[in-house]
Design a protein around this ligand. Sequence first.
Ligand SMILES: *Cc1c(COP(=O)(O)O)cnc(C)c1O
Length: 388
Amino acid sequence: MIPLSVPNLSLDILENVKETIETGWVSTGGRFIQEFESKIAEYVGVERAISCQTGTAGLHLALRVLGVEHGDEVIVPTLTFIAAVNPVKYMGAEPIFMDCDDTLNMDMDKLEEFLREECQYIDGKVINKQTNKIIKAVIVVHVFGNPIDMERLMEIIKKYNLKLIEDATEALGSYYLEGKYAGRYCGTIGDIGVYSFNANKIITTGGGGMTVSNNTELLDEMAFLSVQAKTDPLYFIHDEVGYNYRMTNIQAAFGTDQIDRLESFIETKIRNYKLYKEAINDIDGLELLPFRSNTRANHWFYSVLVDKEKYGIDRDELLRKLNDANIQTRPLWGLIHKQKPYLENRGYKMEKAEFYEKNLLNIPCSSNLSGENVEIVIGELRRYKENM
Ligand SMILES: *Cc1c(COP(=O)(O)O)cnc(C)c1O
């Protein structure tokens, strides 16, 4: 079988894991945690990074320290993995869902239109006219590692005095090549950025997350809350309700090795993307979606758009055929505004997200996917077209 996306692990990690066992540092203390935090910080070009259990935990911490409270609202994308949105509910706040544009990222025109037409701006606060609630923050996702138009986004964020969380869980290693943010990595520009090291992400610690920010107070606060808000370590004094969200040394023992290999993973992903692109764009009715120009995207996931009229079969039939041929593919996530817990929440002028949800397919993209296997996938995609 050719899997969709699997971890790319090296047995070198065993050396690190052995050390955690021999020293007994298996929990939330130990040298690998700090080493991994420093390596990530250095890689994305920030002073400090704070590790946590999962990307979801990182997003929860971010919302908490940015002051999102019960009854507030947060603008979020609908076309993404639900983990980007659930933490809003953890805080007792409510999401407002935005459509995507053709990059699959949040539609900036609609975001701006919503803020202009549907909100009032009073005493530096954005009030949703329909609900009378305060909109505190925006969460954006760099979907599949494709960097969002950050210049445009930051202008909107500043104009309306909103907080910005960059869900960069899929975008570790993506950065901007031109403009105001040339050389800056996804995750390092908004108030807080969050990375994930779940098994399907570009590097993995089994499960894990990391938060970054240019505001050291926010970082200190997140670190503090992640260890049960312990004010005095000896006498166990706690002045706030915290969480048990700190990364373990075992997770970090994977991370210090994985981060060293990230650039080579991205190279392979870009090589395979190019192989796919040349072939797929020659097949009438299929298009491999591009990553934004003027960026170095990490090319985490590849998306194929299926035009049934031209290709002959629709996305779901293609998905079945590929899976029958032992090529693991999957449809896009179900849109979040249509999921049961979010049916009461507003989805603003949904249009493109519905289209892409129906017609996109993700094809094998692991960082250890061989060129020969890419050719096998391409061969199948051609074959179904020719059989029409
Ligand atoms: C993977 C992912 C997360 C959550 O990461 P975990 O480490 O699995 O909790 C959040 N948002 C998006 C968009 C993701 O793809």
